[in-house]
Design a protein around this ligand. Structure first.
Ligand SMILES: Cc1cc2nc3c(=O)[nH]c(=O)nc-3n(C[C@H](O)[C@H](O)[C@H](O)COP(=O)(O)OP(=O)(O)OC[C@H]3O[C@@H](n4cnc5c(N)ncnc54)[C@H](O)[C@@H]3O)c2cc1C
Ligand code: FES
Length: 507
């Protein structure tokens, strides 16, 4: 271990992270409440430079996807990061900040729930977050983690942004958990499909007939993308996108294709349109709406997003939908309700997801078949459920939200509750999407609004839009303001007025 003088003490400002180097280690240093701290500089999730993030409510927040870390000790408090920051011993001496180039030993949590058996069904965003959280909290019983995929627990969000654009192979998509968690002796990974749950007996049945009893179980089986019920929707050359295998199949088709038709202007549909343009294809988007995602973004941003796609070569066919896909043996044409016929080598459906809940027989389901849970994500005694498959109370309103970070927040929360905590979901939903090189971010979950205030230039995709009910901000949509949204991801846990939002934008 060697100590390095990494900065003059005058360079340290309260609550502002500074990137420095100690030997070969890239670090951030900061002063908070009079204490100096040094942490790894790059976010453990996807490597964002943490000095470009925000400090708010005693948290350091990552600029990219808003993972939060306690300022005091670097502990991860909100995903998508699933590991805490490495901390390095630091002190001010002789007017310099001195930092060791070897991290401090992480504290070992007290063992919890010894002798108990927990099951996590589903190894996507939410399931992986729950497993990481149980590991961090010192779960000392047996943890059985079931998933139907061959190699689950990977970053699904990369599939529509990078894999189908040909920028990464499906095998290169990063895993969600680090080797330490995957090699955890208490963890048993099982490849199987969960087919039934007996909540009275606390027992889960797998497709090979095996039955597993649990003290606590978590369902995190996500959603199943849907093909529209039109003639020819199953023809070869037409695809859904959810898994790594789906993305690999699409990429194979992209390589021999020139014309793609995307059905649906969902986030997946739009990301796919962007990715396939980058792969050099002619891309048409067919949608019922004139402009995409109006219900999430508001009219002005929605229109600007459509025009942004058009400037990047995407052609929209709006106010219509496919009535059939045709071709001898594989899809060659998509016929629309308005009579248009579009030639296609590849068709991708971005037409929505159904919750993966057939296994939850006997439990309360909402109209869309999502599993109803309470604010602590509990579905039945000893049984929790999280992520895309659930309907949960958000500020008192039954909600189903298909966002990566929400699924992971809920996975962490359920893991704590499985260990005896009594937490309820009180976080701020966050969604990001990457289209034609721009990251659009959405914070909050507005159901309705009666005022929209836009700061910046929507057409240049550099703006912040506040979706408000009277004077209160319900949701923030932004492009090019990642540090501001990092601050707001914490600040919006309490009601935020337009006035304060404006002050934060201008600060
Ligand atoms: C291509 C793509 C890109 C996306 N990009 C973004 C983005 O940029 N930002 C964002 O916020 N959100 C994004 N999303 C949405 C986000 O991925 C989901 O909200 C999130 O994955 C939900 O997590 P989950 O754990 O509920 O489900 P999943 O991540 O889908 O995990 C469910 C797991 O359960 C397994 N499973 C299902 N049924 C069973 C069963 N019966 N038995 C055993 N295992 C089962 C599945 O194989 C899967 O591994 C994207 C989604 C897709 C498909
Ligand atoms: S890179 Fe930090 S949360 Fe994703």
């Amino acid at each position: 271990m060697t100590e390095h003088a990494v900065a003059h003490a005058d360079q340290l400002e309260d609550d502002r992270a500074l990137r420095v180097k100690a030997g070969d280690e890239e670090l951030i240093v900061l002063r908070h409440n009079g204490q100096v701290r040094a942490y790894q500089a790059d976010c453990p999730h996807a490597g964002a430079p943490l000095e470009q993030g925000a400090i708010c409510e005693n948290r350091l927040i990552c600029p990219w996807h808003k993972a939060a870390f306690a300022l005091n000790d670097g502990e991860v408090t909100e995903p998508p990061a699933l590991a805490s920051l490495r901390r390095y011993p630091a002190q001010v001496r002789d007017n310099y900040l001195w930092v060791d180039d070897q991290p401090s030993t992480a504290p070992v949590p007290a063992p919890q729930a010894e002798g108990r058996t927990f099951i996590v069904a589903g190894a996507g965003a939410a399931g992986a977050a729950a497993v990481a959280s149980l590991h961090r909290q010192g779960f000392a019983g047996q943890l059985v983690w079931v998933d139907q995929e061959a190699e689950p627990a990977y970053d699904r969000t990369a599939l529509s942004k990078f894999v189908i654009a040909g920028k990464k192979t499906a095998a290169e998509v990063p895993p969600l958990l680090d080797d330490e968690v995957l090699a955890w002796p208490n963890l048993q990974r099982v490849r199987a499909t969960v087919t039934a749950i007996d909540t009275a007996q606390q027992r889960i049945t797998l497709d090979d007939g095996q039955q597993l009893t649990y003290d606590a179980a978590l369902l995190a089986t996500g959603g199943v993308p849907q093909r529209p019920a039109v003639e020819g929707a199953q023809l070869p050359g037409s695809f859904l996108l959810r898994s790594r295998d789906d993305a690999a199949r699409i990429l194979e088709q992209v390589r021999g294709s020139q014309r793609a038709v995307i059905v649906g202007d969902s986030f997946i549909g739009l990301e796919a349109a962007s990715a396939l343009r980058q792969a050099g294809l002619h891309v048409r988007v067919v949608s019922r709406h004139e402009t995409p995602l109006t219900e999430q973004l508001g009219d002005q941003v929605s229109l600007a997003l459509r025009q942004f796609h058009e400037r990047n070569g995407v052609v929209f066919h709006t106010g219509t939908e496919p009535v059939s896909l045709e071709g001898p043996g594989r899809v060659e044409t998509v016929t629309l309700k308005n009579g248009e016929r579009l030639e296609a080598d590849l068709v991708l459906f971005g037409t929505g997801v159904k919750p993966a809940t057939p296994l939850a027989q006997g439990l309360a389901l909402a109209d869309d078949q999502s599993l109803i849970v309470d604010g602590g994500m509990r579905a039945a005694p000893g049984l929790w459920a999280v992520g895309d498959m659930v309907n949960f109370p958000l500020a008192g309103h039954p909600s189903r939200i298909e966002h990566w970070r929400v699924a992971q927040q809920q996975g962490c929360l359920a893991a704590e509750n499985m260990l005896g905590a009594q937490r309820e979901y009180a976080d701020v939903p966050f969604f990001w999407t990457l289209q034609h090189g721009k990251t659009l971010e959405v914070l909050g979950h507005a159901r309705a609004w009666n005022g929209v205030e836009v700061v910046g230039d929507v057409d240049a995709m550099n703006f912040v839009a506040l979706l408000c009910v009277d004077e209160q901000v319900e949701s923030v949509v932004a492009c090019g303001h990642r540090a501001l949204l990092a601050t707001l991801s914490q600040r919006m846990k309490r009601p935020l007025s337009r006035h304060e939002a404006r002050a934060l934008i201008n600060s």
